[in-house]
Design a protein around this ligand. Structure first.
Ligand code: SF4
Ligand code: SF4
Length: 176
């Protein structure tokens, strides 16, 4: 090895020696995520509060992992849940089956189901991986274990990531 090559290699070593470490002390410090990150699904609402989901089941049909279960019901014209004729009476996603491919988001005609940023879904019991409407609607912050922990401590849900941007589809979702 020539002296020049040795000096060049040493230069690279020294440059990295003095550069800032890229390690993030997660979970004490939040991790930055990319804009197109696929995390836990969110069921969004219209600005007037009505649910965007119309219970059409196209997302379930598009899901390659058979992770989605939708049970539609007719809207009460006096007190509609969604702007359509029907709404999703039951909407469930089995997170153990989901491969976070985003097909459901692509298939949805109303932009109701979108993949958000939450990724801390680890849990203990099979049943706790089935997320219902109550767990998915846009007002709900945090996965089931995160919300359980927050309730136990009497503190707000602590998310392990930061998102300095909000995707258009997720407008209205507040990440703190
Ligand atoms: S992200 Fe993919 S696997 Fe997961 S529920 Fe949607 S379509 Fe199914
Ligand atoms: S989330 Fe979208 S595709 Fe799925 S049932 Fe609701 S409206 Fe249809």
């Amino acid at each position: 090895m020539s002296v020049m090559a040795l000096a060049k290699a040493l230069g690279i070593t020294l440059r990295h020696f003095f550069s800032k470490p890229v390690t993030i002390p997660y979970p004490d410090a939040p991790v930055p995520l990319k804009p197109r990150f696929h995390g836990r699904h969110v069921l969004t609402r219209h600005p007037d509060g009505l649910e965007k989901c119309i219970g059409c089941s196209l997302c379930a049909a598009a899901c390659p992992a058979y992770a989605i279960y939708v049970e539609p019901a007719e809207n009460d014209p006096e007190n509609p849940v969604s702007p359509g004729e029907r709404y999703a009476k039951v909407y469930e996603i089995n997170m153990l089956r989901c491969i976070f491919c985003g097909n459901c988001e692509e298939a949805c005609p109303t932009g109701a189901i979108v993949l958000g940023y939450e990724f801390e879904l680890a849990d203990y019991r099979y049943a706790d991986f089935v997320y219902t409407k109550a767990d998915l609607l846009v007002d709900t912050v945090g996965s089931k274990p995160q919300r359980r922990e927050a309730e136990r401590l009497g503190k707000p849900v602590k998310l392990g990531f930061q998102v300095p941007y909000v995707r258009e589809a997720l407008e209205g979702v507040k990440y703190e």
